[in-house]
Design a protein around this ligand. Structure first.
Ligand code: SF4
Length: 384
């Protein structure tokens, strides 16, 4: 009998009430007919991947977006029913739904609980009304608080809150107030990302030009905020286990850890990415492209050539070094049947001498100084 391996399932719901001003995700507003049409196609795509079920069991499902809490819970139920009818699920499978304040109600939260959602990820970003308005968010802090309290009352015992630093006109005082207020609520998990000004967004138009850039915290303040976040949240019992993710003991996101540790995942829906059976693949990010692709998604997936060993080694290094657990020579050897290439050893030695990496109990990880320049450091692991 074949032993099944764990699989993380991502389901993309690309709908939002309105587009936030900084957002470049595959998401946007849609009417009920468009939503119904998309969900029909999505179910078809999931059905077509049925063959994966003979090799894998599901250890996590993540409804991301977009705003999955915008659509009727019935759609979420249909997806879960279909997945459960196809796959074996781990008894303690982590099932997350991303939700935005302003789209949640008590009725929806109760329905999610009934469907088996056991983790909520709520997009708050800031407690300050001015910052929420600047970002183009649809909700207030009060909306968030009411949703959060209702979720607790209904019995959600695993909640992530998304926060964002580096916002226009933000200073340490404002950022620390956001962190403190949210930590006081004691969610099990906090994601704290730094704002990135993405090309093609209204924020890019405003803040990429010199006259706009003056409103953004400079690089130094950004790093200061990052370090403060780590030390403040550590005091409150949260461990940083990835560059931007903090969790109380035992509440690290299993789904996200699959991405960072080279585990297998399949993504359904517009712009969703997969890494399964050695193949890496992304669905088209435009609506029309996805609709056409979904008709033949499984065959298109099978036609993708598997990653080479060199590509898998590169991934192991630059994904593993994002986590505070880091990487180890022993893991590397177990995985690839050979020692780390000399080029990697040379790079690690040079980073070690510069204080960018440290080693403890056989594991190698980036130091705070290394995280500050991680983009540059990690790109060195691409083998020629
Ligand atoms: S709610 Fe999230 S996905 Fe939707 S527009 Fe805003 S940032 Fe983008």
């Amino acid at each position: 009998m074949i032993e099944k391996s764990p699989l993380a399932v991502y389901v993309h719901i690309p709908f939002c009430v309105k587009k936030c001003l900084y957002c470049d995700f595959a998401s946007g507003p849609a009417g009920p007919e468009e939503i119904a049409y998309y969900m029909r196609i999505l179910l078809k795509e999931i059905r077509s991947f049925e063959a994966l079920a003979s090799l894998h069991f599901v250890q996590s499902v993540f409804f991301g977006g977009g705003t999955p809490s915008l659509i009727a819970p019935l759609y979420i139920r249909q997806v879960m029913d279909l997945l459960r009818s196809q796959y074996e699920f781990a008894e303690d499978a982590e099932i997350t739904l991303e939700a935005n304040p302003g789209t949640l109600t008590e009725g929806k939260l109760a329905a999610y609980k009934d469907i088996g959602i056991n983790r909520l990820s709520i997009g708050l970003q800031s407690i300050h009304e001015f910052e929420l308005k600047t970002l183009g968010r649809i909700h207030s802090y009060q909306d968030f608080l009411e949703n959060y309290e209702t979720a607790r009352k209904i019995g959600f015992g695993n909640i992530n809150v998304d926060l964002m630093s580096g916002l226009p006109r933000q200073n340490m005082e404002k950022w620390s107030a956001t962190l403190r207020t949210v930590a006081d609520l004691e969610p099990e998990h906090i994601s704290a990302y730094s704002l990135i000004i993405e090309e093609g967004t209204p924020f890019y138009e405003t803040y990429s030009k010199p006259q706009g850039r003056i409103y953004l915290p400079g690089e130094e303040l950004d790093r200061e905020m990052y370090r403060y976040t780590k030390s403040f949240l550590a005091e409150r019992g949260y461990t940083r286990y990835e560059f931007s993710n903090y969790a109380k003991k035992g509440f690290e996101s299993r789904h996200n850890m699959t991405y960072w540790t080279g585990g297998e995942y399949v993504g359904f829906g517009q712009a969703a990415a997969s890494y399964v059976d050695g193949r890496r693949f992304s669905n088209p990010s435009d609506t029309e492209g996805y609709r056409t692709h979904a008709r033949n998604a499984y065959n298109a997936f099978k036609a993708v050539p598997p990653l080479s060993v060199k590509e898998q080694m590169e991934e192991y290094m630059f994904l593993g070094l994002r986590t505070s657990r880091g990487i180890s020579r022993e893991d590397f050897k177990k995985r690839f049947g050979e020692s780390m290439p000399r080029a990697y050893e040379r790079t690690l030695l040079s980073y070690f001498r510069q204080g960018y990496v440290a080693q403890e109990k056989g594991r190698i990880f980036l130091t705070d100084d290394g995280i500050d320049v991680s983009n540059r450091l990690l790109s060195e692991f691409l083998l020629d």
